[in-house]
Design a protein around this ligand. Structure first.
Ligand code: 5GP
Ligand code: ZN
Length: 120
């Protein structure tokens, strides 16, 4: 299957993976909106919200809570927005939950290497 996120799961494409278990992978968005912008994806290929099952979704939420703590502890984020795009606004056709950090104080954009070091 020609899915870029399945290729990331299969390590055919490199990623800055910050968390992994049997069901999900969490990695840095390649084009982050802010420092620490993460994507949580299921390891099985699920297209979007319509094809998402409750068990996997519940697990993704548990992992999102863990990642929120990690971002608070390591990057001192002040806020976090969760976004999951479908249809016309979904660029990558493999379900992914965006975790977008917000900072009260304006941040300079750090490179992914630097953010990865802080989160791993
Ligand atoms: P969407 O609009 O589908 O919700 O967003 C897809 C996101 O995936 C975008 O924020 C984009 O920067 C990110 N993305 C696309 N291709 C890659 C990739 O190969 N690696 C990583 N780490 N992120 C990607
Ligand atoms: Zn996929």
């Amino acid at each position: 299957m020609n899915c870029i996120f399945c290729k990331i799961i299969n390590k055919e494409i490199p990623s800055y993976t910050v968390y992994e278990d049997e069901k999900v992978l969490v990695f840095l968005d390649a084009n982050p909106d802010s420092n620490g912008h993460l994507l949580i994806i299921p390891k099985k290929h699920i297209l979007d919200l319509d094809s998402m099952d409750s068990e996997t979704f519940a697990h993704i939420i548990e992992v999102a809570k863990k990642m929120k703590k990690l971002l608070e502890e390591r990057l001192n984020i002040d806020g976090l927005t969760l976004i999951q795009n479908n249809g016309y606004v979904q660029e990558v056709k493999h379900f992914h939950l965006h975790l977008k950090p917000y900072y009260i104080k304006k941040q300079t954009k750090k490179d992914l290497d630097e953010i990865y070091k802080l989160l791993s």
